[in-house]
Design a binder for this molecule. Structure first.
Ligand code: PAF
Length: 283
């Protein structure tokens, strides 16, 4: 495993690898690695000569009242976890090099950034798009890997790649789940035992919504959303941020359900905001 801290070194290595005709797979992360991240890395290792994993807690994607200060950090644990895989290159820049005082340019993602998670996290997706664009320019990958768990993020990154003509394939990998269905997330570490038990309601709600849609009995999106909402609010520790049924490409709200759709939810359990989604395609 090679660890690179500095932007110029990462760019030089990437230039060398490309000159040697090596394909570069890229897995951007904010660290606190779990099985979801490791599965992205394995997907990358299946088809690329080299996989670069970035570990960088991006301050500009956190709002002023969000969890930047508490966000889990465990570089040593992360490096241990990575050492059990085939060798990877780890890129861990520091914030002062990514965002020096003179930094002033950023990517704005437009209306896609103001809906769903963007409605309660203003500016979040501009921060994500800006750091991802910077990382793409530093790592210069052929293929970049993102988890479906952050569904809105995947749609926005595909749009970023198209709109700004990055010559990169984006590969969206399935959400990795705990035994009770909870989507793996670095933020799950915030949950106490009671909250952890309660958080299984997200996946139960998604599967219930899928069942309602696939049974064909319910085609009006507001009715399905209402039923999903009822199931979630029956869990005393859960508070709904949103339940939406959207077109999986445009994220436009669906009125009538025509296949495929994505059911997207954000639920606050205790003080922790969790998101999840399910793509529903009738056979
Ligand atoms: O999904 C994440 O962990 C982050 O949003 C990303 C893509 C690494 C950008 O900071």
């Amino acid at each position: 495993m090679q660890i690179i801290k500095n932007i110029k070194d990462m760019q030089a290595l990437s230039r060398r690898l490309r000159a040697e005709n090596k394909t570069i797979g890229f897995v951007p992360t904010m660290g606190a690695l779990h099985e979801g991240h490791l599965s992205l890395i394995r997907h990358s290792q299946n088809i690329n000569s080299i996989t670069v994993v970035s570990i960088f807690i991006n301050p500009i994607q956190f709002g002023p009242n969000e969890d930047l200060k508490q966000y889990p950090q465990d570089l040593e644990g992360d490096l241990n976890r990575l050492s059990s895989l085939n060798p990877v290159i780890v890129f861990t820049p520091v914030a002062s090099e990514m965002y020096p005082e003179s930094f002033s340019t950023s990517v704005t993602v437009g209306s896609l950034g103001g809906i769903l998670c963007g409605a309660s996290r203003p500016g979040h997706f501009n921060g994500v798009a800006t750091v991802v664009a910077k990382l793409f320019n530093i790592v210069r990958p052929d293929n970049a890997y993102f988890g479906q768990k952050d569904f809105q993020q995947t749609v926005i990154i595909k749009k970023l790649i198209k709109d700004l003509n990055f010559d990169i394939n984006v590969i969206i990998c399935p959400t990795v789940r705990e035994l009770d269905g909870l989507a793996m997330s670095s933020r799950n570490t915030y949950l106490n035992n009671e909250e952890r038990r309660a958080s299984a309601v997200l996946y139960r709600a998604l599967k219930f919504g899928e069942e309602l849609i696939l049974s064909g009995g319910m085609v009006e999106a507001p009715s399905v959303k209402g039923q999903i909402g009822k199931l979630i609010t029956a869990e005393p520790l859960a508070k709904i941020d949103y339940v939406e049924i959207v077109d999986p490409h445009s994220l436009a709200k669906a009125d009538k359900i025509a296949s495929p759709v994505a059911i997207c939810i954000a639920v606050i359990i205790g003080k922790t905001r969790l998101i999840d989604n399910l793509l529903v395609e009738s056979k």
